[in-house]
Design a protein around this ligand. Structure first.
Ligand code: S3P
Length: 431
C-alpha cells in the first residue's frame, strides 16, 4: 500500500471505538452476572479475538448492530474447550489471563507470531504470587502458556513497569482473591479498568502516592451486567489528526474522541510543538470526557517530550515521530523503552522507517531523537506486522516528497479497520 503527497485534507470523521475500553467491556461483561449492552465497540481484529475468547469461557456474545454487542455473563469464566487464540492483542491476552486466574479452570493462551514474542511474565509473575499456576509450552515468558486458576490470595504489588495491562490483570484477579489486592504505580497508567469496574458495581479504592497511586480492590465483589458506551479512541484519532497537521492547507476534525487525561499526552505534546489543535463540544459519554478535535496544518517545532508523559501516550510515539519529521529542530523522545516490547520493537522500526524516508534519527536504548526537515520519502517501509508502524508511515507519505510504501497494510485492521477509507474520504492519496 502506498501513500503519496496529497492536496489539502478536509472533513469531519468519527474515531473508531477505543480499543482499551472495548477489550474491557467484553471481559467484564463475561465475568458479570446478567446482560451487558455495548455501543461503539471497536470491531477490529484484536477485539474480535477477545469476543471469541469470552465466548469460549462461557459467555453468550451477540452482535446486534454496527458496534452494538450484547454479552450475557455467567458471573464466572469456565474451562474452554480449545486454545484461546488472542491473535495480535497484548491487552486481550494479559487481561484475560488476569480474569481467568480467579476461577477454577484450565486454559491455554496463544497468539500470532508477534504476540508470541512479547513478554508475559510481567503478568504471570504477580498472578503466580496470588496462587495461579502457569505451564510454559514453548519458552519461559512467552506464549503459548497454560494457566490453572482457582482460589487466589490478595497481593500488595509494586509495579516496576508503568503498565495498565499488568495493573488490570492483577485487579481482575483480585476480584476473586481473598483479601484486598493492591497495585502501586509510580506513574499513573490508564484507568479504564478501575472506572469500568465501578460501572459494573464493584468498589475500587485509590490513594495518591507521589506522582503515582495505589489502586485497591477487595475480593468477593460480584459484578453486574451494565450498559457501556465506548467513546472514540484517541490513539486512532491521532492518525487523521497528524495528517491534518502535516499536509499543507488541511483542516481535519475527529468527533467523539475520548479525552481521559491519562490518554491525551500526544495532544499536549503537539500543542507544545505549536500545533493548531482545538477541542470543542466537550461532553461526558460512557463515564469519560469526550470532545471533537480539530487539527489544522501547522508549523511545528521540535521539543523534548517530558519522560513522565510516556505512559499517557505510549502507543502514540510512532505517529508523533512521523509528525516530528516535519518539525523544525529536534524532537527528543526518551524514557520509552516499553516501545520495544509492543506489537514490534517500535523504536527500531520507526528509526529504520524514517531513515529510509530520508529523515535523520538517532537511536538510543530507551528512546530516539528525530531531526525535522524535508522528508524525501521514496521508500518501502518494513512494518513487522505492526498496525501503528504501518499507519504512521502512510501518514508520513501524505506530506513526503516521494511516495511511501508499507509492506503489510493488512494488520491495520487490528485497531482501525476503516483507516484507509476514512483517510481517502478526507482526500488522502493512498492506493
Ligand atoms: C493498554 C495499555 C498499554 C498500551 C496498549 C493498551 C491497555 O500497554 O500500549 O495498547 O488497554 O491497558 P501497557 O499497559 O503494557 O503499557
Amino acid at each position: 500500500m502506498t501513500a503519496r503527497r496529497s492536496p489539502a485534507l478536509s472533513g469531519r470523521v468519527r474515531a473508531p471505538g477505543d480499543k482499551s475500553m472495548s477489550h474491557r467491556s467484553l471481559i467484564l461483561g463475561a465475568m458479570a452476572t446478567g446482560e451487558t449492552r455495548i455501543e461503539g465497540l471497536l470491531e477490529g481484529d484484536d477485539i474480535l479475538a477477545t469476543a471469541r475468547a469470552v465466548e469460549a469461557f462461557g459467555a453468550v456474545v451477540e452482535r446486534t448492530g454496527d458496534g452494538v454487542w450484547r454479552v450475557k455473563g455467567r458471573g464466572e469464566l469456565r474451562t474452554p474447550s480449545g486454545v484461546i487464540d488472542c491473535g495480535n492483542a497484548g491487552t486481550g491476552v494479559r487481561l484475560l489471563m488476569g480474569a481467568a486466574a480467579g476461577y477454577p479452570l484450565t486454559a491455554t493462551f496463544d497468539g500470532d507470531g508477534s504476540l508470541r514474542k512479547r513478554p508475559m511474565k510481567r503478568v504471570t509473575g504477580p498472578l503466580a504470587q496470588m496462587g495461579a499456576g502457569f505451564g510454559w509450552l514453548a519458552d519461559e515468558d512467552r506464549l503459548p502458556v497454560e494457566i490453572t486458576g482457582g482460589a487466589l490470595r490478595a497481593i500488595d504489588y509494586e509495579q516496576t513497569v508503568a503498565s495498565a495491562q499488568v495493573k488490570s490483570a492483577i485487579l481482575l484477579a483480585g476480584l476473586n482473591a481473598g483479601g484486598v489486592t493492591a497495585v502501586t504505580e509510580r506513574e499513573k497508567s490508564r484507568d479504564h479498568t478501575e472506572r469500568m469496574l465501578r460501572a459494573f458495581g464493584a468498589e475500587v479504592g485509590v490513594e495518591d502516592v507521589g506522582e503515582g497511586w495505589r489502586v485497591m480492590v477487595k475480593g468477593g465483589q460480584p459484578l453486574t451486567g451494565t450498559f457501556v458506551a465506548v467513546p472514540g479512541d484517541p490513539s486512532s484519532a491521532a492518525f487523521p489528526l497528524a495528517a491534518g497537521l502535516i499536509v499543507p492547507g488541511s483542516e481535519v476534525t475527529v468527533e467523539g474522541v475520548m479525552l481521559n487525561p491519562l490518554r491525551t499526552g500526544l495532544f499536549e505534546t503537539w500543542l507544545e510543538m505549536g500545533a493548531d489543535l482545538t477541542i470543542t463540544n466537550r461532553r461526558q459519554s460512557g463515564g469519560e470526557e469526550v470532545g471533537d478535535v480539530t487539527a489544522r496544518h501547522s508549523t511545528l517545532i521540535g521539543i523534548v517530550v517530558p519522560e513522565a508523559r510516556a505512559a499517557s501516550m505510549i502507543d502514540e510515539y510512532p505517529i508523533l515521530a512521523a509528525t516530528a519529521a516535519f518539525a523544525s529542530g529536534e524532537t527528543v523522545m526518551r524514557g520509552v523503552g516499553e516501545m520495544r516490547v509492543k506489537e514490534s520493537d517500535r523504536i527500531a522500526l520507526m528509526v529504520a522507517g524514517l531513515r529510509a524516508c530520508g529523515v535523520a534519527v538517532e537511536e538510543e536504548p530507551e528512546g530516539f531523537i528525530v531531526s525535522g526537515g524535508p522528508v524525501a520519502g521514496g521508500a518501502t517501509v518494513h512494518t513487522a506486522h505492526d498496525h501503528r508502524i504501518a499507519m504512521s508511515h502512510l501518514v508520513l507519505g501524505l506530506a513526503a516528497d516521494q511516495p511511501v510504501r508499507v509492506d503489510e497494510p493488512g494488520m491495520i485492521a487490528t485497531s482501525f479497520p476503516g483507516f484507509v477509507e476514512m483517510m481517502r474520504g478526507l482526500g488522502a492519496e493512498i492506493a
